[in-house]
Design a protein around this ligand. Sequence first.
Ligand code: G3I
Length: 317
Amino acid sequence: ANGYELLKDYSKGFRIGAATNTIHYNNANYVNAMKAFNYMVAENACKFVSIQYTKGNFNFNDCDAHLNKAKELGMDFRGHALIWHSMAPKWLENEDSNTMKNSIINHITTVLKHYEGKIDTWDVVNEAIDDSSNGNGWKMRNSFLYQKVPNFIDLAFQTARQVSPKTKLFYNDYNTEGIWGKSESVYQFIADLKKRNIPIDGVGLQYHVSVQNQPQYNKINDLIGRYCKLGVEVHITELDVSCESSCWASDVESKQATVFTNALKACLANSCCTGFLVWGIGDPDSWLGNDKKGLLFNGNYQPKSQYTALLNVLKTT
Ligand code: G3I
């Protein structure tokens, strides 16, 4: 027993999870904290460069190891991410348009076939909208993907649907939670994909926020509601709440707890919001760094007030 109540025991089947990394699996405290969740995503192991570092040589070892751990602990598993301009191998960046197009198709096909029946949801495209998008339409990120294969998003979703018709296909991005203009742009972009019958099933709101820049409950609740009306699912995919410029303050933890509370409440208030994941287990393994106190478990992998806050939301919803 963990000595505290587990989120998964109060989730009534709702998927509540975290990003994990096999480099920490030899830490018993870390693995014990993983048991709070019923859903998992690999922080890095299932990305393009991790699986296909060398062209044509698919190495599934680390991604498989995450999936096996999830199975062992009774967790469902989320795929992240098929096509992304970052964590892409150098060889891909250097290809000409036509070759790159074929490499995109080949990667999606091979990975989805390998995980057919084992991973039911994938981020097909990650972070393709430019940060300067202000809500009046959207601007594509000027990445090597966009430069060489301008229709790579349509291509990626169409390929994924064709090779694996049952897999749920998500678009995933940050600054999409109703604070920034980009949120509205990404909404319009998703609406356009739907309108053009590009096969997309869901949108991932990454939710990397801070005490200083946090979504207001009504705004995030509205936004998720609008996605529901559009006919897509929503996942909160990478939640963390940095203490940013107030890490010294004595009330910072309770302020962070409020942000976690609002996020989970808004998700549970909308029936199309079907998954909720934090980006890491504890502060020591967070990409933000330990000092940003962004996650649910402390340096000893004991739960913080943020964890209790989520537990209370689940108990009272
Ligand atoms: O694998 C190499 C290793 O061989 C090398 O020795 C080492 C030296 O720096 O780097 C290792 O790669 C690192 C990789 O994580 C694996 O540990 C990269 O430098 C490092 O940049 C990479 O960071 C990850 C980042 O995505 C990559 O862009 C973070 O751990 C991960 O938390 C972060 O996650 C992203 C999501 O995928 C998408 N949304 C934003 C989120 C946070 O940035």
